[in-house]
Write a protein that binds this ligand. Structure first.
Ligand code: SAH
Ligand code: SF4
Length: 372
């Protein structure tokens, strides 16, 4: 069965056209699926009967199954979703007074192996499909509505989720096409209708893909910096060896020319005794002097077997002060969902690693000609 969640707006129009349907039928379907969050073709009552019957025969609306649904004491909620092949991914809902944010995963695992990240430690299995990515938003909205979530904007007919951050499991720019297709749905007025400023993509710094994103689907950009120089960043964020800081910052400048916001957000995880000295803050300020940016300092979130610990609060505040005195906006990220391991970098899901398990020692083959 075709999964209708796998189509972005253009692809859905093409799918309907191929079936000899008029373009407005595709628009109607888009609204049913993503605005009204229909879970079955049969529910699309204003589609012509013949269209609907034909569609129901070979298409469906399919989302990953919820394996676990956990709510933290601060209202943060985490869904563990089965994506097949014994893999599971996580999506996190973060309620605030003026918004509802959903943190979405883009891959089962991540191949980039940053030293301080729980997802990275799990290895990599595969890219998520468009339906699996947008399905997280569909599911969160539907579940929260069914649970009677209270928010003023929901009373006015809007979806509970007002902001999306591509900061869950995976490197979104390493799954470029599917992530962009899903973001096109997030932005489409007949689907989720979010503004580009309310969709944030976080990347560890895949330079060519940052340029592509700028050209194809500019949204708010967050870049995981984490170090003030290449020597340290090489060890924390290994992709830096391929795309060093100078190239990364140049890509940020190019991005800002077209971005919906006139700055990038630099994320900086605070690792005790590793990257949190005042001297490093000064080096950081000098490094990004020419890039319009804001800093988001993220206290390191521990996970089992982590090699790092969280910087003491005073050290984070001192680091923040250096940046502020150098003229930057620098905030310290509030850690949410502590008691359910739902914070940045703690998402682990379940990943059947395809990268490291396959490192097998090669034994020399016994020459066939030697008689036993
Ligand atoms: N792959 C993307 C997006 C997912 S991670 C990226 O790396 O940007 C989202 C953010 O959480 C990134 O800034 C990442 O560096 C950070 N992060 C990863 N592990 C963390 C941890 N244990 N504690 C705090 N932040 C972490
Ligand atoms: Fe992948 Fe981001 Fe984790 Fe690095 S921090 S391993 S890029 S998910």
């Amino acid at each position: 069965m075709i999964n209708l969640l796998d189509f972005d707006p253009v692809a859905l129009a093409a799918f309907f056209a191929e079936r000899g349907e008029k373009p407005f039928r595709a628009r109607q379907a888009l609204r049913w699926i993503h605005r009204r969050l229909a879970d079955r073709v049969e529910a699309m009552t204003d589609l012509a009967g013949a269209t609907r019957d034909a569609l129901a025969r070979d298409a469906e609306i399919r989302v990953p199954a919820v394996v676990r649904d956990t709510v933290a004491s601060d209202g943060t909620r985490k869904w563990l979703l089965d994506v097949g092949g014994a893999n599971a991914i996580e999506a996190v809902y973060i309620p605030e007074d003026d918004r509802g944010t959903l943190c979405i995963s883009s891959q089962a695992g991540c191949a980039l192996d940053c030293a301080f990240c729980s997802t990275g430690k799990q290895g990599f299995n595969r890219n998520l499909s468009v339906g699996e990515i947008i399905g997280q938003l569909w599911l969160a909205n539907r579940t929260l509505l069914a649970d009677g979530v209270s928010a003023s904007w929901v009373e006015h007919g809007r979806h509970p989720i007002t902001n999306v951050v591509m900061m869950g499991m995976g490197e979104p720019l390493a799954n470029f096409d599917n992530v962009v297709a899903a973001m096109r749905l997030m932005l489409d007025d007949n689907a989720y209708g979010l503004s580009r400023r309310r969709v944030t993509l976080s990347t560890s710094g895949l330079v060519p893909a940052i340029d592509r994103l700028r050209d194809e689907c500019p949204v708010a950009l967050a870049v995981s910096l984490h170090a003030p120089n290449d020597a340290l960043r090489d060890t924390l964020v290994p992709i830096n060896r391929k795309y060093p800081l100078r190239e990364l910052l140049a890509a940020c400048l190019r991005y800002i020319e077209r971005a919906p916001r006139d700055f990038v957000t630099f994320e900086y995880v605070m690792l005790d005794g590793v990257n949190d000295a005042p001297k490093q803050a000064r080096q950081l300020a000098a490094l990004v002097r020419d890039v319009p940016c804001k800093f988001n300092l993220i206290p390191f979130n521990p996970f089992p077997d982590a090699e790092f610990s969280t910087s003491p609060r005073v050290r984070i505040l001192a680091f923040q002060k250096v940046l502020q005195e150098a003229g930057f906006v620098a905030t310290v990220r509030k850690t949410r969902g502590d008691d359910i391991d739902a914070a940045c970098g703690q998402l682990a899901g379940r990943v059947q690693d395809k990268t490291r398990r396959h490192v097998v020692r090669i034994r020399p083959a016994r020459p066939a000609s030697i008689p036993h």
